[in-house]
Design a binder for this molecule. Structure first.
Ligand SMILES: C[S@@+](CC[C@H](N)C(=O)[O-])C[C@H]1O[C@@H](n2cnc3c(N)ncnc32)[C@H](O)[C@@H]1O
Ligand code: SF4
Length: 497
């Protein structure tokens, strides 16, 4: 087959072990179409939804400073796992079948979406609806029906849930009455394991003692609060309302109220916010460790989302850390957490003690079954991912008609379970190809080894004699890229089986 020089150049950009296979596939496709020549247009067209990610997402560069230079950018998180097929037909019946087929000894989880916030933070891509009391009341009535009906389905299948996550948006913006209503419905209608983890996400602003006591009495045993930064100026620049002193006072008051219930208090901090240098970042982490009674901490890198207000005003704000500076903030943050004796539960998540079970988050990363509840919620049961109607009016209309408001279903691709195992391993800072081979029942090693050896040369992991590879600090920072690349590779190897 004749290749134009531009087409050859495109192929050259892919790593050798992918490029060779891609060449064979493209030539087969061209022959099928009776083409005598492959040009760059053909390569782009036929690699876009298939191995296209391999051409778009190069392998790491070998350099003296892998932490800051291994890649030019961070890849979209798990974008390649989108390679599923849209599910046609009655989604409600599909969900029912998937739940009925699940072995009863594997408790699932539920994600309950509350799409309201009293104000929008400049950096956030999750904002959906303003917290208007009458709108929230009406939504909660529909949501309670969604919860109760799904509870009946779980009961008839003999299924239990071991983790429930109220996420948002800002669930803590709901009134105490609405929170009580939802928690009572959950306990009455849904089969939960005796030790079920029930998380309420939200923010400290407006989450008064009465609400806190109501949800603790209602069974919430884990809080996840977005703090983002303790620095008053940095917080207020990105649209957070409370000053440092108030944030610390509220956090400690909530931890005090949570103590008799043994409930865990977790917070999120973000690094790379406008005007946040290493000094402010380390002050933030040290404030969390030394000035509060929290049980766990998430350290997130700022993700600059094009559609957010931050993009529009960023030139008027102090500068944000570039990628190299963020890599250094990541490194300093990890060191501070280790020095303080925290345990790493995943790349970004740390626990102070065993109070933080982190059941929902780790189940989510492992791909445990998760029921979506509420408008805009996503979940997956068995081999199908489900997405609920994101328009709150249409969501409520469907509930009134007695339907489960599922808007879309996607059957996950065949390599997906193995990708999930690899992603989970990488979150635990290692890669064990032998375990992947056992799970896939396929000799993956010979296909994957050239790439893993290249990652070792690029300083992202260390291969041990056992065959297990351990991530270096640089590998931890670039983990989303490694997860992406392993997903692309597994898709290539296993879907061609
Ligand atoms: C969906 S929000 C819900 C938390 C709650 N509404 C709050 O703001 O406190 C969950 C977390 O996502 C993180 N987050 C949101 N937008 C982000 C961004 N652009 N970059 C990094 N983290 C972000 C924040 O740390 C936030 O606490
Ligand atoms: S960070 Fe939280 S409160 Fe702020 S807009 Fe996003 S979801 Fe709402």
């Amino acid at each position: 087959m004749n290749w134009t020089s531009k087409a050859e150049q495109l192929l050259d950009k892919t790593p050798a072990f992918i490029g060779d296979k891609l060449r064979v596939k493209l030539e087969a496709k061209a022959a099928q179409l009776n083409l005598g020549q492959i040009d760059s247009h053909f390569v782009k067209k036929h690699t876009h939804n298939d191995q296209g990610s391999a051409t778009k997402c190069p392998q790491p560069k070998v350099s003296d400073s892998p932490l800051t230079q291994a890649f030019a950018r961070k890849y979209a998180v798990h974008a390649a796992m989108m390679g599923g097929t849209k599910r046609e037909g009655n989604l409600q019946e599909t969900l029912q079948q998937e739940i009925m087929q699940t072995p009863q000894n594997r408790p699932g989880m539920a994600y309950i979406h509350i799409p309201f916030c009293c104000s929008r933070c400049h950096f956030c891509g999750f904002y959906a609806e303003s917290s208007i009391p009458a709108v929230m009341d009406s939504y909660v009535n529909a949501l309670a029906l969604d919860i109760a009906r799904s509870g009946q389905l779980l009961k008839s299948a003999g299924q239990q849930l071991q983790a429930v996550y109220f996420g948002g948006g800002t669930p803590t913006d709901l009134s105490a009455e609405n929170l009580k209503h939802l928690l009572e419905t959950l306990h009455k209608e849904v089969p939960l394991t005796a030790d079920c983890e029930i998380t309420l996400e939200g923010r400290l602003y407006g989450f008064n003692d009465h609400k806190v006591q109501t949800v603790l009495d209602g069974g919430v045993n884990r809080f996840s609060f977005g703090v983002q930064s303790f620095n008053t100026q940095i917080r207020q620049q990105v649209g957070r309302k409370q000053p440092r002193e108030e944030v610390i006072e509220r956090l400690n008051r909530i931890a005090e109220l949570a103590e008799p219930f043994q409930a865990a208090v977790i917070i999120d901090l973000i690094y790379g916010l406008p005007g946040q240098t290493e000094t402010e970042w380390l002050q933030d982490i040290n404030s969390a460790i030394n000035n509060t009674q929290i049980h766990g901490l998430d350290l997130y890198q700022i993700n600059i989302i094009p559609s957010t207000p931050l993009m529009a005003i960023k030139d008027k704000l102090p500068p944000m850390a570039n990628l190299q500076q963020r890599a250094n903030l990541f490194s300093k943050g990890n060191q501070t957490m280790l020095d303080a004796g925290f345990t790493r539960l995943s790349i970004a998540h740390w626990s102070r003690d065993l109070r933080e079970r982190n059941r929902y988050n780790s189940g989510n990363k492992r791909g445990d079954n998760c029921l979506p509840l509420g408008s805009g919620a996503g979940g997956r049961w068995g081999a199908v991912s489900f997405y609920q109607q994101s328009d709150i009016n249409r969501y409520q209309d469907a509930i009134k008609l007695g339907e489960k408001p599922l808007a879309m279903g996607v059957t996950m691709p065949p390599h997906y379970p193995i990708t999930l195992i690899a992603i989970d391993q990488l979150e635990q800072q290692y890669l064990d190809i032998t375990k992947l081979e056992e799970a896939a029942e396929h000799p993956l090693c010979s296909d994957l080894l050239p790439m893993i050896e290249h990652w070792e040369a690029a300083g992202l992991l260390c291969l041990k004699p056992s065959g297990k590879a351990e991530l270096t600090e640089a590998g931890e920072f670039w983990v989303v890229n490694l997860q992406y690349l392993i997903d692309v590779s597994l898709k290539e190897i296993l879907c061609a089986k």
